[in-house]
Design a protein around this ligand. Structure first.
Ligand code: ADP
Length: 575
C-alpha cells in the first residue's frame, strides 16, 4: 500500500476513534451527572418525608407535655391547645391528633357514664369483655369522620395493640403497620397508619417497661391516611420524580402511595428505606418525563455526528491541501523540465549557428580561393591557367560548391516552411522503384567516390503511390547522403516492400551506427547525435526535414541501429 493510503487510513481511523471515545466519554459523563442529580433528588424526597414525620412527632410530644402538666384531661382545654399549634393549617395531610385513654375493666361503666355527660350516646366499642380497654376520648379536628372514631378501643385490634405495646415498651412514638382507619367510609377504602406516643401518670417510675405499663394513662396519637399524607407532602413542590411508597415490603398490597400510576421503565431507579417511628417505609423513585436529563440519545448522536463530520471535514481539507501541493510540485517539475528543454534548445541552436556558419563558410572560402587564383593568373596574363581542362575543372568545382550552398540554403528554407506550416505537398502518381533509381543515378558520383559502387537494390516491383515526387526525392537524397557520410565506405542496400496499403523503404548501411539513446532524437531539429561540426559536415536538419515530409504523407520513419555495426532507416509511407 502506498504511504499516502496508509496516512489516509490513519487520519480517518484516528478521527473516528477519537469521535467514538469522546462520544463515549460525554455520554458516560452525562449519565453520571444524571445519576448524581437523581440521587440528590431522591434524598431530598426522603428528607422531606422524614422532616414532616418529625414535625408530627413533635406535635404529639407537645400535646403529651400539655397533658402531663394539666391536672386532668379536659377535652375543651386540649381542643384549644391543639388548635393553637396550628398543626392542621401548617401541615395539611394530617388526619387528626387524639387521645386514646386506657381503661381498667372495673372503671368502664363509670368512664362511660362520665363521657356521656359530654358526648351523648358515647360507648366503647367493639363491645365484649376484655382484660383492658382503651377508648378514643378525643380526636381533633372534630369532623364527621373523626367523630366516628370516638369510643373505639384501638387496643382491641391486634395491629394497633402491637404498636401501642411497643410504644410503652420503648417509651417512644411507634407507628403501626398498615391498617384501615376506623374513620374510613365503606367505599374508597385507603390504607393508613397510626402513630402512638404513650402518656404516663405524673411522677411514676418510667425506668422499666413494667413500671411504665402500670403508670400508663393512654396514648397521644395521630391517624394518617397514607395517600392523603404523601400527596400533601409532595403537593408543595414541582415533582420531577415518580415516587412510590410501600409499608415494609415492596408489593402492591403494601403500597401506601403512587404518585404516577404508570411510568415508563427507566435506567434510573432508587430504592430507599426510611425509618420512621420504629417502622420502615420503602421509597422507590424513578424519573418523570420532566426530569432534566443531561444524557440523551439525541445529545450522544449529536456529539457522534459532529465528530464524524469534523473528521471528514478535516480529511477533505487534508486531501485538498495534499492535492494542491501535488499540483504545485508537478508544476514546479514541469517548469524545471521546460527550463531544461529550453536550455537544450538554446545549446542546440548555438551548435547549429556554429555549424551553419562553418558549413556556409567552407564552400564560400573555397569559391573565394578559386577566384583569387584566377585573379592572379589574369594579372600574370598566364594563358596556361585558362586551358580548357583547367577551366572545366574550375567550373565543376564552382558548381559543386554552389550546389552545396544551395542545398544548405534549401534546407534552412524548408525548416522555416515547416515551422510556419508552409511545407506544401504536390502529389501525383509515383513509381517507387523508378524514383529510387533516378535518385541513385543522380548521386552516382558521390556513391562512386565514397564507396566505389552504387547501392544494391531489392525492389518489390510495381509499388506506386500518390506522393509528392520532389519531396520524396529529398527524403531519399537525405537517407542516401547520410548512408554515404556515416557508412564508413561500406556497401549500401536499398529495399522496398509492400505491406497492404503501405510502402516500406529501407536504406541499410554498415557504417558507424547510432547509440540507442539517440535513435529518436536524431529526427529532431538541430540534432546531430553527439557529433561536432568538424567530424562530418551537416546541419542536423536532414532527418528532421525527412521526418516532416514522411509525416505529411501520413507515414512514419524509424531507425534500427547498433553502434559500430550500421543502421537501417525504415520509412513507412501509405500509398
Ligand atoms: P546531419 O547529417 O546534417 O548532421 P541529419 O539530420 O541528416 O543531419 O542527421 C542527424 C544525425 O543523425 C547525424 O548528425 C548523425 O549523427 C546521425 N545519422 C544520420 N544518419 C546516420 C547513419 N546512416 N548512420 C549513423 N548516424 C546517422
Amino acid at each position: 500500500m502506498k504511504l499516502t493510503r496508509v496516512l489516509d487510513w490513519i487520519i480517518v481511523s484516528m478521527g473516528l476513534l477519537s469521535t467514538i471515545l469522546v462520544t463515549y466519554y460525554v455520554s458516560q459523563k452525562n449519565k453520571k451527572e444524571d445519576l448524581l442529580r437523581f440521587e440528590y433528588e431522591t434524598n431530598s424526597m426522603v428528607r422531606r418525608i422524614q422532616n414532616r414525620m418529625d414535625s408530627y412527632e413533635g406535635t404529639l410530644i407537645q400535646v403529651r407535655a400539655f397533658l402531663r402538666n394539666a391536672s386532668s384531661i379536659d377535652r375543651n382545654d386540649l381542643h384549644k391547645f391543639i388548635q393553637d399549634t396550628e398543626i392542621f393549617e401548617r401541615f395539611p395531610g394530617l388526619q387528626g391528633i387524639g387521645f386514646s385513654q386506657i381503661i381498667d375493666p372495673k372503671n368502664l361503666p363509670s368512664h362511660i357514664a362520665e363521657m356521656r355527660k359530654e358526648i351523648s350516646g358515647y360507648k366503647v366499642f367493639p363491645e365484649g369483655k376484655r382484660n383492658l380497654y382503651s377508648s378514643i376520648t378525643l380526636l381533633e379536628p372534630e369532623d364527621r369522620r373523626n367523630k366516628k372514631a370516638l369510643g373505639f378501643d384501638m387496643y382491641s385490634e391486634e395491629t394497633r395493640r402491637k404498636a401501642m405495646d411497643e410504644a410503652v415498651e420503648k417509651n417512644t412514638a411507634v407507628m403501626t403497620e398498615k391498617i384501615i382507619l376506623i374513620q374510613e367510609d365503606l367505599e374508597n377504602v385507603k390504607l393508613g397508619f397510626n402513630v402512638y406516643l404513650p402518656h404516663f401518670k405524673k411522677g411514676v417510675d418510667l425506668s422499666s417497661a413494667e413500671a411504665r405499663k402500670k403508670g400508663l394513662l393512654g396514648f397521644v396519637y395521630s391517624p394518617f391516611r397514607a395517600e392523603q399524607l404523601f400527596k400533601a407532602i409532595f403537593s408543595e413542590i414541582d415533582m420531577i420524580l415518580d415516587i412510590e411508597i410501600y409499608e415494609s415490603e415492596m408489593n402492591p398490597e403494601h403500597l401506601y402511595f403512587d404518585f404516577r400510576e404508570s411510568t415508563e421503565p427507566s435506567e434510573l431507579e432508587e430504592i430507599r428505606e426510611i425509618n420512621i417511628n420504629e417502622r420502615t417505609l420503602i421509597l422507590r423513585a424513578t424519573p418523570l418525563e420532566n426530569f432534566p436529563k443531561a444524557a440523551s440519545t439525541q445529545k450522544t448522536a449529536l456529539v457522534f455526528f459532529s465528530g464524524t463530520f469534523l473528521t471528514f471535514l478535516f480529511y477533505s481539507i487534508y486531501l485538498f491541501t495534499r492535492k494542491q501541493m501535488q499540483i504545485a510540485r508537478t508544476m514546479a517539475n514541469e517548469k524545471q523540465m521546460l527550463l531544461e528543454k529550453e536550455k537544450e534548445h538554446v545549446a542546440a541552436r548555438d551548435d547549429f549557428l556554429s555549424i551553419a556558419s562553418h558549413e556556409l563558410k567552407t564552400p564560400l572560402t573555397s569559391l573565394k580561393l578559386q577566384a583569387q587564383v584566377m585573379q592572379r593568373s589574369i594579372n600574370k596574363k598566364d594563358p596556361s591557367a585558362f586551358s580548357e581542362e583547367k577551366v572545366k575543372n574550375l567550373v565543376k568545382q564552382i558548381d559543386n560548391q554552389t550546389t552545396r550552398l544551395t542545398r544548405l540554403v534549401d534546407d534552412m528554407l524548408d525548416i522555416s516552411r515547416i515551422r510556419t506550416g508552409r511545407l506544401k505537398m504536390e502529389k501525383s502518381e509515383v513509381d517507387l522503384s523508378e524514383l529510387i533509381r533516378d535518385v541513385i543515378e543522380r548521386l552516382r558520383p558521390q556513391f562512386m567516390k565514397a564507396i566505389g559502387e552504387i547501392p544494391k537494390t531489392e525492389f518489390q516491383q510495381g509499388i506506386k503511390g500518390h506522393w509528392d515526387r520532389f519531396r520524396l526525392e529529398q527524403v531519399l537524397t537525405n537517407l542516401f547522403t547520410n548512408a554515404i557520410r556515416y557508412g564508413n565506405g561500406k556497401p549500401i542496400l536499398v529495399r522496398t516492400e509492400l505491406h497492404g496499403n503501405q510502402a516500406n523503404i529501407c536504406v541499410i548501411d554498415k557504417g558507424i551506427g547510432i547509440a540507442r539513446e539517440n535513435t529518436e532524437k536524431i529526427f529532431e531539429r538541430f540534432e546531430r547525435a553527439g557529433m561536432s561540426a568538424s567530424e562530418v559536415s551537416g546541419l542536423g536538419l536532414g532527418l528532421f526535414i525527412t521526418n516532416q515530409i514522411i509525416k505529411a504523407h501520413g507515414g512514419h520513419i524509424r531507425v534500427e541501429s547498433e553502434l559500430g555495426k550500421g543502421s537501417t532507416f525504415i520509412a513507412e509511407i501509405p500509398l
